[in-house]
Design a protein around this ligand. Structure first.
Ligand code: NAD
Length: 486
């Protein structure tokens, strides 16, 4: 059966195709609620075929046996192709993810391209070391270590920033010599499918990069279970991450988990207030709060608290909420009707528990899209779920603190530990707090700035392992020691 506006949902061995699930899924534009198209999702047999293709490509060494210089050039070509197709990729992100025009074209696209350039350099720099043997005379043995590609990697990504999320995983996997099967979120698959096509066009052999589009419970779970997959790199919610960790335990797959957060922003009373007001608003309202490191909890010292919170509330009232393709929009849509309703329910739940909505808190009916007003909540206490659970929407909860020690105590009173930012003019206080905050990344006088060279990941229930930098690359390798008697 064919369906209207059908797009293909698998890319295996360099060939795009239809998935073999019985029922088609639809994709919607979150700015308008309109159906963009339909696709037949991948089923377990499709996932198996994709993994077999990746396994064959790993075993015959069609990628990892190429010289590092050759692989590096192909990755540079892929970066160039991402830039050449920047308008097209940005349009896909805008249409299916509700990413704002500027954020997609000037953020996601160049960021994805640079990710491949950064990792292209690692192809020729993945060095082991020689090591003296403790209990043998010098010259009796030659002993060294090698970073071996781990094998087939299953890469599972969320809907927010699909192109960058796929690139953060694909680039180090390729630099390490792995082959991959990527499962993007079923709501935002198009940019990843296009990325895989561009990889082949760049000279990365077919079969090295494969994609299956399907639901998490079916295609995602099948990928995690597959015995030929040696590594899972997952980005998504803490709940799904735990499920994946449990399944991966069955055959002891290596796992990297980039999970949820409830990241604190600490503003001390000596901070540049204007910069902090804009920084706080940016940290929570960018991408309508659908950012893993969104600064969703604000702790400010009492002397500046009222002025700071009033400033953020005032700014949030001025933000224009609207369609992603409107160049004047500041805050775009949430990904789906269901997610919008979940965000609204979290706000109502906070009110029910006794917190107060200072501004926002309502849905906006506009063009059929899924919009929520930028929201600032006050008078919550640390037992309330509005302060404990990730909302993943444009919702800030502000709390007054007596001093910086209370700021840090409250910040650390969370099961999450992904990120934090500290706003102060006092460099000594900044470093003292950075030392005490339990988070995988700490920004000072800024928030949410990522970089491929800087390791990224979570403490506590925000994840396992790190992406980016050398640590991110090594997560796609096994360490082998070789002892050679001379
Ligand atoms: P989600 O966990 O529901 O889905 C993420 C991906 O996992 C999707 O591709 C989904 O299809 C798949 N999936 C779902 N169930 C699965 C299963 N049982 N087995 C295998 N795959 C499965 O997450 P979401 O709500 O769509 O995404 C938002 C979440 O992602 C937030 O919690 C956010 O904080 C987190 N996130 C974290 C980072 C980070 O780097 N730490 C970055 C972006 C998003």
């Amino acid at each position: 059966m064919s369906v209207a506006n059908e797009f293909l949902a698998v890319f295996i061995d360099g060939v795009p195709g239809r998935g073999h699930s019985d029922a088609p899924l639809e994709n919607r534009n979150p700015s308008t609620g309109e159906v963009i198209g339909h696709f037949y999702p991948a089923n377990e047999a499709d996932v198996d075929q994709a993994v077999l293709a990746a396994h064959a490509a790993f075993e015959d060494r069609r990628w990892r046996a190429l010289s590092p210089a050759h692989r590096s050039r192909a990755m540079h070509r892929l970066a160039d192709l991402i830039e050449e197709h920047g308008d097209e990729l940005a349009a896909l992100e805008m249409q299916e993810a509700g990413k704002l025009k500027a954020a997609a074209r000037q953020g996601e696209v160049p960021f994805a391209a640079e990710c491949f350039r950064y990792h292209a350099g690692w192809c020729s720099k993945l060095e082991g070391r020689t090591t003296p043997m403790t209990m043998a005379a010098q010259g009796e043995f030659h002993t060294y270590t090698v970073h071996d590609a781990i094998g087939v990697a299953g890469l599972i990504t969320p809907y927010n920033g699909a192109l960058v999320q796929a690139s953060w995983k694909l680039a180090p996997a390729l630099a390490a010599g792995c082959t991959v099967v990527i499962k993007p979120d079923e709501k935002t698959p198009m940019s990843t499918l296009r990325l895989a096509e561009l990889a082949v066009a760049a000279g990365i052999p077919p079969g090295v990069v494969n994609v299956v589009v399907g639901s998490g419970q079916s295609a995602g779970a099948a990928l995690v279970r597959h015995p030929l997959v040696r590594k899972i790199s997952f980005t998504g919610s803490t709940k799904t991450g735990k499920e994946i960790g449990r399944t991966a335990m069955d055959d002891l797959k290596k796992v990297t988990l980039e999970l949820g957060g409830k990241s604190p922003i600490i503003v001390l009373d000596d901070a540049d207030l204007d910069a902090a007001i804009h920084g706080v608003a940016d940290a929570i309202f960018s991408n309508a709060g659908q950012v893993c490191v969104a600064g969703s909890r604000l702790y400010a010292e009492s002397r500046i608290y009222d002025e700071l919170v009033a400033g953020v509330a005032e700014l949030s009232r001025q933000l224009k909420v609207g369609r992603a393709d409107d160049g004047d929009t500041d805050v775009g849509p949430l990904i789906s009707e269901r997610h919008r309703d979940n965000v609204l329910a979290a706000i109502t739940g906070g009110e029910f528990d006794g917190a107060k909505i200072l501004t926002g808190g309502k849905r906006i009916d506009l063009d059929g899209g899924y919009f929520v007003e930028p929201t600032v909540i006050v008078d919550a206490d640390s037992t309330m779920s509005v302060l404990r659970e990730e909302i993943f929407g444009p919702v800030l909860v502000a709390t007054k603190a007596n001093d910086m020690q209370q700021c840090v105590r409250e910040s650390n009173n969370s099961r999450y530990g992904l990120a934090a930012s500290i706003w102060t003019r006092d460099i000594a206080k900044a470093h003292r707090l950075a030392n005490e905050v339990q988070a995988g990344i700490v920004w000072v006088n800024c928030h949410g700035i990522p970089d491929m060279a800087v390791p990224f990941g979570g403490y506590k229930q925000s994840g396992w392992g790190r992406e980016n930098g050398l640590e991110g690359l090594l997560a796609y390798t096994e360490l082998k020691s070789v002892i050679c008697k001379l």
